[in-house]
Design a protein around this ligand. Structure first.
Ligand SMILES: [Fe+2]
Length: 201
């Protein structure tokens, strides 16, 4: 970051000094990791065999408009495992884990998901088999947004909404406490995603 304007004895002065080393960003625990899922074609083919019954199997999405179908872990773990290993490699940490739950979200026209988190899981992930025009978008919201004043947000260009640019076959991993949602689906093509919750042991 380069700071070009400073106050000197109450007056403004132009300087061209980088203050990067003087700015200490702390408590930076919001992140997501995105890559093309390993074995994405096989993963997608398997998902296509699932029967979508337009039924919501989870109480947490009772205020959403989305079809959720619980997936058989023993059937899908072989697709998830290499991707968790890749995530582990990217963060440079090995950890033991178990998959708490895995489910298929299906969005028809007008479907969406309210902002939510996946507490008490530790890490959550979403696989995006298909994308398209007017598809709904996965987005993050900053849980701590209200902790910063409006004016400070303006002068520091702080933001509280982030929409990842998703390609078909992408998978993202993020801390389960991060708030996220899905905007309204405005395509007649079914949008499918697979979500899962991981518990660190
Ligand atoms: Fe979610």
């Amino acid at each position: 970051m380069k700071v070009l304007l400073v106050l000197v004895d109450g007056c403004q002065a132009q300087v061209c000094v980088s203050f990067t080393d003087m700015i200490h960003k702390i408590f930076d625990h919001n992140f997501f990791i995105q890559f093309q899922a390993l074995d994405k074609e096989k993963f997608y083919s398997e998902i296509e065999t699932e029967v979508v019954n337009n039924f919501n199997e989870y109480s947490w999405s009772s205020k959403c408009r989305v079809s959720t179908t619980r997936l058989n872990l023993s059937k899908y773990i072989k697709f998830l495992q290499p991707n968790v290993d890749e995530f582990s490699k990217i963060i440079g940490k090995n950890f033991n884990y178990r998959v708490n739950d895995m489910w298929l979200n299906t969005y028809d026209y007008g479907s969406y998901q309210e902002i939510h988190d996946h507490v008490p899981a530790d890490i959550s992930c979403v696989f995006f088999p298909n994308t398209g025009e007017k598809f709904s978008e996965f987005y993050f919201r900053d849980r701590s947004s209200a902790d910063v004043s409006y004016k400070l947000k303006q002068i520091l260009n702080l933001y509280d909404l982030w929409t990842p640019s998703i390609s078909s076959g992408d998978i993202i991993f993020f801390p389960s406490n991060m708030l996220h949602g899905v905007s309204c689906h405005l395509s007649s093509t079914l949008r499918k995603t697979v979500s899962c919750d991981i518990i660190i042991e």
